[in-house]
Design a protein around this ligand. Structure first.
Ligand code: LR7
Ligand code: MN
Length: 590
């Protein structure tokens, strides 16, 4: 009798456990098998290598089945070291098709393992850097996403877990900015629950799409680490990228840090760099756009004073930051005004934060031993809220608060924003600026970014360059100013507009914001006036004499002339002739 009862109890016990382990909520046997094996470089990634073959248990969860199919599709080792991968056949076609839709080869992404390696692209000097490994501040990594490809997002998380040192990485917070891509819902939750250590990775779901600025704010409110590290949802970290950031913040809590941002190709997923010797820092254009600029000579000298022979890996002051990838002391983030929470959608928050940090006593620094790859896409795979130009609107909000009188140069470049109805009220940000006793934009330009050209500073004349005998003005004809182009002619606008805005500087350079006037090298006339990207030093920019209304190119002795030319033609230079009306120009800002 007793034996039978014992057997029944034992049977119940066994059955009970069978039911438990097949439940969706439990850690799957697969996970435990992997954990027991303790296999691989990345102990969180259970499917990394081909030798890591584990029997796949049948499970009832549709998520589990789908996840297993995803993992089966991955080709171990593919794209390792960050090499380019070229698909063939029908996969290639699928890749091209999806690329057209979302500016990213999702087909290829699905074939790369979540923890493919990208190689070590750091300056060799980085290897000798020492960190206070046992007493570094802890980090909360915040990754925001709106409808990002599921496999790309997961690769970002896996990469963070395997490249950021475990001791310092307190948590990863994913902020879902109201995505409606179904894979990013329950399936993502299931993956996180079953594949990552408990509590390490969490998802914060916003009910509606709030835009990337408010999504970052929501993530920051949840974070508990000493340092916030923000990442876009399509990044892969290089070896050891976290420690140098945390170490620097430990030493200097008002330093806001950016890694060197490497390029992951959106089509073949190649991880590429410009080598480790040189990197660029952040600049801006007067139209409110961020751009990359070479490290100025002045800053290299400061680095030498600061770091001696280790100049190449010395923190580099950066006038602005790109916005997506940065580390900041959590308390300092709030003290210095976090973000303007009335900025919607995408854009503008990066320059706002950049100017604010510098003007209010902090610094922005590029940390050369910290490198993170980012997938740059050709176009936005998403619409902007209500189809509004949120970049422009947000940038106007920024300019109203931080740029003082220089806002006029911004509005000259963006007249459409001057009276835009959606800009809204910025009083609370102006109050913040007062409360923090922040410095002026003029101070910023003089002390942080003296290389930045200001159209009406240190110039003899500025404005339209107008022919005296025709309604024609020099005009860049909206060509790309980042590479050489022929200078053109166009009817003078009633008001001053960007394409006709030129400066004749104190050092006799004829230029606009980015490009300087030179003369085409050619023996046979007509020789065109060519605009080329200006050098940081005027020593290397061509000079022009402006006398008797003539613009004389110093090197060639030739004069700008519009004889026989019309609207939209390229301007030329010709032998100077004081009696020629077509060589006379007035420069003014009326
Ligand atoms: O409505 C949105 N909600 C979001 O959560 C729109 C976007 N997002 C997410 C999105 O899923 C992504 O993870 O926000 C992140 C950034 O969006 P991207 O990747 O489309 O932007 P980007 O890389 O083209 O743009 C750069 O400028 C932006 C200005 O608002 C942000 O600051 C981005 O973070 C920034 N990216 C970088 O700095 C990476 C380096 C690129 C450069 C230069
Ligand atoms: Mn991005």
């Amino acid at each position: 009798g007793k034996i039978i009862i014992f057997c029944l109890i034992a049977l119940c016990f066994i059955l009970y456990h069978k039911v438990q382990t097949s439940g969706d909520e439990d850690v799957p046997a697969l996970g435990r098998a992997g954990a027991l094996k303790g296999h691989g470089r990345d102990k969180f990634n259970l499917y990394s290598d081909s030798e890591n073959e584990i029997a796949r248990p049948a499970t009832k969860s549709p998520y589990e089945q789908s996840i297993q199919l995803d993992l089966a599709k991955q080709r171990p080792g593919l794209g390792n070291n960050g090499v380019a991968v070229h698909l063939t056949g029908s996969a290639k076609e699928r890749g091209e098709k999806i690329y057209k839709k979302i500016a990213l080869n999702e087909e290829l992404s699905e074939q790369l393992s979540y923890n493919r390696t990208v190689g070590d692209h750091r300056n060799p000097l980085c290897a000798s850097q020492r960190f206070d490994t046992n007493s570094l501040p802890s980090a909360s990594v915040i990754i925001i996403f709106f409808n990002e490809p599921y496999s790309v997002l997961l690769r970002t998380v896996h990469s963070t877990l395997s490249t950021c040192n475990e001791k310092s990485l307190k948590e990863i917070i994913l902020v879902d900015d109201g995505s409606d891509n179904v894979e990013l819902g329950g399936k993502l939750d299931h993956y996180i629950r079953t594949r990552f250590p408990a509590g390490k990775v969490t998802v914060l779901r916003l009910k509606n799409r709030l835009g990337l600025i408010r999504a970052r704010l929501a993530g920051a409110r949840m974070a508990t680490g000493d340092v916030l590290i923000f990442l876009d949802a399509h990044c892969e970290g290089n070896v050891g990228w976290c420690e140098p950031l945390l170490q620097r913040i430990k030493e200097s809590r008002t330093s806001v840090l950016v890694p060197i941002i490497d390029v992951i190709d959106a089509n073949d997923f190649q991880y590429s760099t410009n080598g480790y010797k040189a990197f660029q820092v952040g600049g801006f254009q007067w139209n409110g756009h961020f751009d990359w600029v070479n490290l100025p000579e002045r800053e290299k000298q400061r680095q030498r004073r600061e770091c001696d022979q280790a100049r190449e890996i010395c923190p580099a002051y950066s006038p602005t930051m790109a916005g997506g990838l940065f580390a900041i002391d959590r308390r300092y983030f709030w003290e210095v005004g976090s973000y303007d929470e009335q900025m919607d959608g995408w854009g503008g928050e990066n320059l706002e934060m950049s100017f604010r940090i510098w003007q209010c006593g902090g610094t922005i620094e590029t940390i050369p031993c910290s490198r993170v790859g980012h997938i740059f896409r050709d176009f936005h795979p998403y619409k902007f809220p209500n189809d509004r130009d949120t970049h422009g609107i947000n940038t106007a909000r920024m300019a109203l608060v931080w740029m003082d009188d220089y806002i006029n140069i911004f509005f000259l470049n963006r007249p459409d924003l001057k009276f835009h109805a959606d800009i809204g009220d910025v009083t609370h940000r102006v109050m913040l600026r007062k409360k923090l006793r922040c410095k002026s934009f003029d101070w910023y330009l003089k002390n942080v970014y003296p290389e930045k050209f200001v159209p009406n500073k240190n110039v003899q004349y500025w404005g339209k360059v107008r022919a005296v005998n025709a309604n024609l003005c020099l005009d860049d004809l909206l060509q790309n100013n980042e590479k050489p182009f022929n200078l053109g002619l166009y009817p003078c606008g009633k008001t001053l507009q960007k394409s006709q805005l030129f400066s004749y500087t104190n050092s006799q350079v004829l230029r606009n914001e980015l490009s300087c006037a030179t003369v085409q090298h050619s023996d046979s006339p007509p020789r065109r006036v060519v605009m080329v990207p200006c050098s940081e030093s005027d020593k290397f920019n061509d000079q022009w004499k402006y006398e008797d209304q003539q613009l004389v190119h110093t090197n060639s002795g030739l004069c700008i002339d519009h004889e026989g030319l019309k609207n939209m033609d390229d301007v030329i230079v010709a032998p100077c002739d004081l009696s020629s009306e077509s060589q006379r120009w007035v420069i003014d800002s009326n």
